[in-house]
Design a protein around this ligand. Structure first.
Ligand SMILES: CC(C)(COP(=O)(O)OP(=O)(O)OC[C@H]1O[C@@H](n2cnc3c(N)ncnc32)[C@H](O)[C@@H]1OP(=O)(O)O)[C@@H](O)C(=O)NCCC(=O)NCCS
Length: 183
């Protein structure tokens, strides 16, 4: 299976259904930290829920759609990045991410997201990659900015989580932006 270096210690690797136990143990370390910011379906409570999440992504990947990857250090799962959506016919994708708290502040998600951007806008020639986050998720907005994305707008009251409608930022990077940034 593939393994891509993100730093001297960390690597981007597959995260698949057979690894549901490892994913569930990681979510035990990450759950409270990520709950306010990610979709409720992702924050599963047990191994069966973790397996359902991985199976959903695996089924979508088999159709050339959404897919999910893990970030590991010395074999320990610290977080990951995903194509929340991926459509070659429409030329669009959305990238998402999460980390357990101890892994923040080291550039891991920025590095992993660059791999996904290179794949989507370079290898697959999609036209646009998006990053969507709660408007008050400063760490997530900072990643989008670090990736060279443009804040295209704010969708007011667009995301319901925890019984509250939150504003959602939409950041975007076009293929043209991407090619210019790597030229
Ligand atoms: C969003 C989230 C993944 C961002 O994590 P992060 O660690 O801030 O992002 P990165 O992994 O890209 O690391 C950037 C940090 O590492 C630092 N860093 C160190 N080396 C770096 C490098 N080589 N390259 C880039 N940044 C580096 C940066 O300065 C920054 O730290 P700072 O914000 O304290 O200045 C994390 O906060 C999280 O999991 N939050 C909860 C879930 C969530 O919000 N998911 C996104 C939903 S939209």
């Amino acid at each position: 299976m593939f393994s891509i270096a993100l730093s001297s210690d960390a690597r981007l690797e597959p995260l698949e259904v057979w690894q549901a136990g490892e994913f569930a143990a990681h979510l035990d370390r990450a759950r409270d930290h990520i709950r306010p910011w990610v979709g409720p379906a992702f924050v599963s409570d047990d191994v069966d829920g973790a397996r359902r999440t991985l199976a959903r992504y695996a089924a979508s990947a088999a159709e050339d759609g959404a897919r999910l990857f893990g970030i590991r250090e010395d074999g320990r799962l610290l977080g990951g990045v995903m194509f929340v959506s991926f459509s070659a016919p429409a030329g669009q994708c959305e990238i998402g991410c999460w980390l357990e708290p101890a892994a923040e502040g080291r550039g891991l998600v920025t590095a992993a997201s660059r791999v996904l951007l290179d794949y989507a806008l370079g290898t697959r020639s999609l036209n646009r990659a998006e990053w969507r986050c709660r408007s008050d998720n400063a760490r997530s907005s900072a990643v989008a900015e670090r990736l060279g994305m443009t804040l295209d707008g704010t969708l007011r009251g667009a995301w319901l989580n925890g019984g509250v409608f939150h504003d959602k930022q939409v950041w975007g990077l076009t293929r043209e932006d991407h090619l210019r940034s790597i030229a």
